[in-house]
Design a protein around this ligand. Structure first.
Ligand code: SF4
Length: 170
């Protein structure tokens, strides 16, 4: 995959390849006319990088790759990414999943933070690392994967219905 990304960046004479804080690989400096072809070459569906939507779910290596992992953050995070990434909401919306309480993916400062513990997942809401940082409130703990997914569904549905679009009010 890294070779494909590098080849695509070369082919379209990108200015740079960047690793983002959300753990994505960003090809910078493509011409607008080349973007659709670049996605085809990468063999990926276009990502939702900006705008009022769910951003890519930030995950840590969890039990898949990390010796400290207590929960499988990779599987849960990718399932959530598949379902929510790009979903249009009243404002941008960030979700993170960590495999243990070391919180390398920073779940405490995401709109929904899902933190692995020895007894399951703790779920936080309302965290933010922006201009006015805030730690999320813990609303549930000791959840299994299915319970987390059900709760995330409820939170996202509530947000979709009740959140205020501050961008359109500005
Ligand atoms: S949060 Fe825990 S499991 Fe995830 S990378 Fe950090 S130490 Fe490893």
């Amino acid at each position: 995959m890294l070779r494909t990304i590098a080849d695509t960046a070369d082919k379209y004479e990108a200015a740079a390849i960047k690793l983002t804080s959300a753990q994505r690989v960003c090809i910078i400096g493509l011409k607008e006319d080349d973007i659709d072809n670049a996605w085809d070459d990468l063999g990926m569906k276009p990502a939702a990088a900006i705008g009022p939507c769910v951003r890519s779910i930030k995950i840590c290596p969890g039990t898949t790759f990390c010796k400290r992992g207590q929960q499988d953050a990779v599987t849960l995070g990718l399932e959530l990414d598949e379902k929510y990434h790009g979903m249009q909401l009243p404002s941008k919306f960030k979700i993170a999943v960590s495999g243990c309480m070391n919180s390398c993916s920073e779940p405490a400062v995401r709109d929904i933070g899902i933190m692995g513990t020895p007894k399951g997942y703790t779920v936080m809401v309302g965290g933010n690392a922006g201009i006015r940082p805030r730690l999320g409130d813990v609303i549930a703990d000791e959840l299994n994967d299915d319970e987390v997914k059900e709760l995330v569904d409820t939170i996202v549905s509530f947000y979709k219905t009740h959140a205020k679009n501050i961008e359109s009010d500005a």
